[in-house]
Design a binder for this molecule. Structure first.
Ligand code: CAO
Length: 556
């Protein structure tokens, strides 16, 4: 039996009347215990309110902009009869957020207090430590806002931490000139970890805390005797990004985004520092992230940043390319990349990074087709028909049936080509090139074979002109003459699919009553998942395999 209960806002550690900036559930959603329901944002903290019971959301009772306090109803949730909501009233957000039980008595009342160091001993060095963060331990640092030499004042944001439920900035408990910053992005900190060291106080001279020996970055120190330990939700920076003079990190300052948005951005591989926030105080919203992705995909950077030695990963926010002194390990020879390799490498890198590739594998039974091919070659000595020419002919029928595979993305539009021009990857001494056979649908197999072989020779001789390599709508990469069982060909942008082919092999295939030896051609189709979905790719490949099994189907 099910019953409906109300999920309410738990103790917010002293906060009242806090606005909702995101509603993370919708009616009909199935939620698990601790699933984030809404994100709240005070001037001090951004925090998610977790579900205190699992079930199905029947009604969402709040919307963005509503202000809530402990006890405010967020949603009606249908739960199993025997399920009980966790003691919502008693569980502070910080405790309910997975810290392993309710916070100790008094934590909530102390939440609003920011610790002040004892002031004694003018001008002495002092450590800026992480204050009590409400039972949380080992929280990753996601941004460091200060560097050695900076003059900071009390409350300057030092670092930003992110747990799975909340992001928070840790403010300086006193001001001065920083002599050292002891943590970096990725370090994990707990209460007492020394974040930075101050050499001289600005205004009032701070005294060293008793915990003046710095912990190694990322290593929690013993608790510092900072007075009035503030709770997790209350130690966040007092200033939103705008008052820190930044714009969501686009200019390098603190980022302003809720944990849900940070997770969302991470899932999409988006560096939030590149996204300009349109929310209050420059907060990055879900729409901002989505629009950023859309813009990047439709307007790829003119000069993509493939990772080359010495490259900095600009634009993609990647780690710099590893720089290694190879000679340390033995003799080496340095050889410049060929001109073609440099050009094709830059294109391949862009295509691989910007196109969401999926590769679908299929086996085609080409037993009869191979017999036909051999017969044609006996009959027509002047031209060699390889599997490639037959594949091109088969593709004409398949692309007509599935025109999306012969298309290109142009912003929000799909350009469907009514001509069938097929590129084929050719391996040459200088590197990979892709000559194009135009109007394949208007040519016979012998003509296609002759043209393919002529273009392949021209490619190997380094004589292809731009016209020989332009206008393709779909490409084949055949490694059949070399070997392999499957591979992931990289789509040749702005095309949306590429067919990889490897070596035919004779396999025992069950024909309903016995295993029979059949010649199998492995097909590997990579497709752009923005344009083509998996079911369409599977249908495309199944149809192609069917056509290859019986080329008479092209007549249909
Ligand atoms: N299975 C078994 N044998 C195959 C085959 C297959 N799928 N495809 C071709 N062959 C055979 C041919 O019949 C030919 O046999 P014979 O020498 O006995 O006549 C032999 O392999 C060589 O064929 P080929 O390579 O000369 O001709 P092709 O039409 O198959 O291919 C071309 C032409 C230009 C595509 C090819 O030479 C080539 O360069 N392939 C490499 C493509 C490539 O590098 N792709 C990777 C791109 S990503 O890095």
């Amino acid at each position: 039996m099910a019953k409906t209960i109300e999920l309410t806002v738990p103790d917010l550690g002293g906060f009242e009347d806090v606005p909702i900036i995101e509603v993370l559930i919708a009616s009909g959603d199935t939620i698990v215990l601790d699933a984030p329901l809404v994100t709240l944002e005070s001037d001090k903290a951004t925090m998610e309110v977790p579900a205190t019971a699992a079930g199905v959301v029947r009604e969402v009772r709040v919307k963005i902009g509503d202000r809530v306090s402990p006890g405010s109803v967020l949603a009606n949730v249908e739960v199993a009869e025997d399920a009980a909501a966790v003691n919502v009233a008693a569980a502070p957000v910080s405790a309910a957020a997975g810290a392993g039980g309710p916070a100790s008595p008094g934590t909530a009342n102390e939440a609003a207090k920011i610790a002040e160091p004892a002031t004694a001993g003018g001008g002495a060095a002092a450590d800026l430590v992480v204050p009590d963060i409400g039972d949380f331990e080992n929280i990753p640092v996601i941004s460091v806002f200060v560097k050695a030499g900076d003059t900071i004042s009390k409350d300057t944001a030092l670092v930003e931490l992110e747990s799975d439920k909340a992001t928070m900035e840790v403010p300086a408990l006193f001001g001065g000139v920083l002599s050292d910053v002891l943590v970096k992005v990725g370090d994990k900190v707990s209460q007492g970890t020394v974040l930075a060291r101050i050499g001289a106080a600005a205004g009032a001279a701070p005294a060293p805390t008793a915990n003046s020996t710095p912990a190694a970055p990322g290593t929690p120190s013993p608790p510092a005797p900072t007075p009035a330990a503030p709770a997790f939700a209350a130690i966040v920076a007092p200033s939103p990004p705008s008052t820190n003079g930044s714009s969501n990190g686009v200019s390098g300052g603190p980022l302003h985004a809720s944990p849900a948005i940070r997770r969302f951005a991470r899932e999409l591989g988006v560096a939030l520092s590149n996204v300009k926030g349109s929310g209050p105080n420059g907060r990055v919203t879900r729409d901002d992230v989505q629009n950023y992705v859309k813009r990047t995909l439709t307007n790829p950077p003119a000069a993509p940043a493939p990772q080359t030695p010495g490259g900095g990963g600009a634009g993609l926010q990647l780690l710099p390319w590893p720089k290694i002194d190879f000679e340390k390990f033995g003799p080496i020879e340095r050889k410049p990349l060929s001109r073609i390799a440099k050009i094709s490498g830059a294109n391949l890198a862009r295509n691989w990074v910007l196109i969401p590739h999926v590769t679908h594998n299929e086996d085609a039974d080409v037993t009869e087709l191979e017999e036909f091919r051999k017969a044609v070659n006996v009959e027509h000595k002047d031209v060699k028909v390889t599997m490639l020419a037959l594949l091109m002919k088969a593709l004409v029928a398949v692309l007509r049936r599935f025109p999306t595979f012969n298309s290109s993305l142009d912003g929000d539009d799909l350009i469907l080509k009514q001509y069938i021009n097929l590129g084929f990857a050719a391996d040459t001494p200088g590197g990979l090139v892709v000559p194009v056979i135009r109007d394949v649908d208007k040519k016979g197999v012998l003509e296609i074979a002759a043209e393919t072989s002529a273009l392949a020779k021209k490619a190997r001789d380094g004589k292809l002109g731009p016209a020989d390599m332009s206008g393709a709508g779909f490409t084949i990469s055949s490694l059949g003459g070399i070997g392999g069982t499957s591979f992931t060909p990289i789509i040749n942008a702005p095309e949306v699919a590429i067919l990889g082919v490897t070596r035919t092999v004779t396999k025992p295939v069950w024909n309903g009553s016995a295993f029979a030896p059949r010649l199998i051609l492995p097909l590997s189709l990579s497709y752009d998942h923005r344009v083509i979905d998996g079911a369409a790719a599977a249908r495309f490949c199944a149809h192609l395999a069917g056509v290859l099994a019986d080329l008479r189907k092209t007549l249909l």
